[in-house]
Design a protein around this ligand. Sequence first.
Ligand code: F0G
Length: 462
Amino acid sequence: MTALTGRLLAGMNDNLHQLRCFGCGARLKGAEARPDFRCAACGDLFEVEYPGWSERKGPDRPNAGALKWLWRERRCSSEALDHSGVWRFRELLPILDSFGNAMTLSEGNTPLYHLTRAARALGIDRLFAKHQGMNPTGSFKDTGMAAAMSVAKERGFEWVACASTGNTSASMAAYASRAGLRSLVLIPEGKIAWGKLSQAMDYGAVTCQLKADFDGCLTLLTQIVNEAPIYLLNSVNPYRLEGQKTPAFEIAEAFDWNVPDHLIVPGGNLGNSSALGKGFRELHELGLVARMPRISVIQAEGANPLVRSLETSQGTTLEPVEAHTRATAIRIGNPASWRKAARVIQDTGGWCLDVTEAEIAIAKAELGAEGLGCEPASAVTLAGLKKLRDRGVVDPGETVVLVLTGHTLKDADYTIDFHRGTLLKDEEKAGREAEIDALRRNAVAVEATPAAVLAAMKGRAG
Ligand code: F0G
């Protein structure tokens, strides 16, 4: 860093963060939070805040131009932290006493793809996918884990733990092993995709399959961390969200700091939508971008407590549901961060809606056919956009970004079942059969002869 940049950024590296309760506004020092990250006064969750930012006005404000220059320069640096799409932006997440404790698996810096076919079909020219499935363990969780695992390490924990529908556990297990920590995973038995379970095993976690759903696993884990010195790494941990806000910075940077009009995010436990909203809000407050994008959250119809909450009580109360969906990553009925996500949707003028199992499967196959592919939970974003277009609320001239959260190989069973025609029940696909059949590309058994293979290419076999 040059002396000039050093002066322009002076003070931005100081670890002067505090935690602020999202419900009652109570403030704590980071290390004072309870092990379950719930407010002792009102039970709500905390958010990381940086009081120094609002205190420094006028000429003391961080220099937006210098930051943008520095963050781009770091991509050419040979330092491991500079290569991380999280720590590259470390001035906006000063959560550690020393960045020497920051750990990374080179997460972030994920691709932003132009979705040409879907754009044509929907009549929206500028439609993009930010593919967070291209992270080291194949999901968006890695950005949050880089941040929160670094805090766990700095605070001297030996054990970390999470309840998970699969991706958090895969990510946590990898980052824990790299940090030299032990990890405990609680997962709902039979309800997570094999790819994710295999990752947790391979990265060395103690993996407990429970006869409970995700919500039950998280409740149990909350009791456990209140009894034993284990660091909780679910997205109730506010440091996770600090890492998960960084894709907002990457998106803004990719559009040369003109934010897109609309960002569409899947909703499960609702940490990700909350984090991305926080990221864009901070960019706006610090004067790095001129406005915030509209942020919409899409849930599966069988796991839609936030949709119901916004419909019935404008997001003031949430009634848990018993969740059902083949998009197992978002099979969550009692999401922890619902208040934060509701605020993001309301503050940005976004929408919250749900999509059916058939709509998810079709959207996933369409993204696959674009050469991208993603997890079923990620495909809700395209399915949701189609609904918003049908309702006439998204303009063809808008720039829209879909956040794809997981890699297609995470849940190969889902994909194979779709292409074999065994994924959806008759009542689930009623009325959409032709559309589904047109997207199916089942493998065909053919004789080992040139004629048979050439016939298969013309679609005559199978
Ligand atoms: N997409 C994928 C692929 C996920 O794994 C998740 C959440 C979501 C979307 C929803 O994100 O919870 O922040 O609203 N998976 C968690 C897990 C719950 O345990 O892996 P969210």
